[in-house]
Write a protein that binds this ligand. Sequence first.
Ligand code: AHR
Length: 498
Amino acid sequence: ETARITLHPELTIGAVDPRLYGSFIEHLGRAVYGGIYEPDHPAADEEGFRTDVLELVQELNVPIVRYPGGNFVSGYNWEDGVGPKEERPRRLELAWRTIETNQFGTNEFMAWCRKAHTEPMLAVNLGSRGLDAARNLVEYCNHPAGTYWSDLRRRHGYPEPHKVKVWCLGNEMDGPWQIGHKTADEYGRLAVETAKVMKWVDPTIELVACGSSNRKMPTYPQWEATVLEHTYEHVEYLSLHTYYGNRNGNTANFLAKSLDMDRFIAEVAGICDYVQAKKRSKKKLYLSFDEWNVWYHSNAADRQLEPWQIAPPQLEDIYTFEDALLVGCMLITLLKHADRVKIACLAQLVNVIAPIMTANGGPAWRQTIYYPFYHAARYGHGQALHLAPGSPVYHDDEFDAVPYLEAVATYDEAGEVLTVFAVNRHLEEPLPLVGDARHFAGYRVVEHITLTHPDLKATNTRECPDRVVPQANGNATLQEGRLEALLPAASWNVIRLA
Ligand code: AHR
């Protein structure tokens, strides 16, 4: 059976916000220490940043990076991480049960962002702290000079304000695991009062309120409605988080998990619109999907970890080829909601459930999931296009009918470039794809990149970093307005037309 799509320049979903390709660095495991920062590493620069990692982050084209957590932020005193390094305290870090040395903090992160060609997205602590620490941090980062906190920043060696634009009002405050977990009303009240003063310090900032930690939370979706009742007029975005795993060894079901993500986005958008209606507001709320990925391989190892170590390996998922396929489906899902999702952060960036891995003192390499993200961040710009797809389906107990084809396109009108992103979920058979591309007269196939592997469990490792890599070997053709391609069994495809 053939899958069909329609490519039409006016079938637009919305403009793709480049921040859809954001990522996340938390003070957790070896993300910071041994990941982006390792002063003793042979490739470290004068600030202690690993230049090999910086090169990979630049290659990945990440426009925004969330920091410093995650669960970590809910116990963080940001003042511990600024000023002379020798005076910074070591603290028990209760979210991940380690010791935090504070040798890397807000200013180092800002310096790293500049070198990585990315923008910071800072989270404030609404777990153990609140309004006062948050407004002081905005003053420290964004106020030019002439006040206690801005002058302290200048004394710390940063004369220019950091101009941090996007701020998260806490992290996963609906989760009982969170330091300072709150009810929706408690969080909503604290979030709105914090939002008000943060914007009084700097009215140009944008704020993200915490939505649910995932769609299965018992407080979902009432959490969203209650939080927005309090915060609607004071924030720009509501957050969503989700992680998936193939715990039962059922790959057909695993590859369908992006359908859960799709539902989640549609539902949360609906709740935003419900609160907008209730408030008779003119304002539309957007979504920040600021944690998403596959996460399960490292769960058992993490349960065995000795507490109170400094930067031990934690959440070090070694990703398989099939994980890359689901990450591809999740990227397509985000693009299908480009009208609503303006920010998204692959969680995370280095070592901790990450596309980039390092060895302490050793090399850095690309995991399997690096590649679909790299392709989307590089080519997925302009307008996202509805493809009105028709695809054969398979049955799954959780999702009922699952289309073999998952696909979206982006159209960059200015550059006259059209890119089709497609996953074939069929594990054994190639999927013939036919596209009606009559409205793209004169276009030709620039390349058809595929990511395939005969072993769904294949990984990229330090010893063998290039086992799973993309190849420009697809067979897409475009003739007289008809796009044809055979999508290999279990494959990620990028068909670039210009
Ligand atoms: O990304 C890992 C963790 O997942 C984050 O710290 C937390 O926000 C989420 O539960």
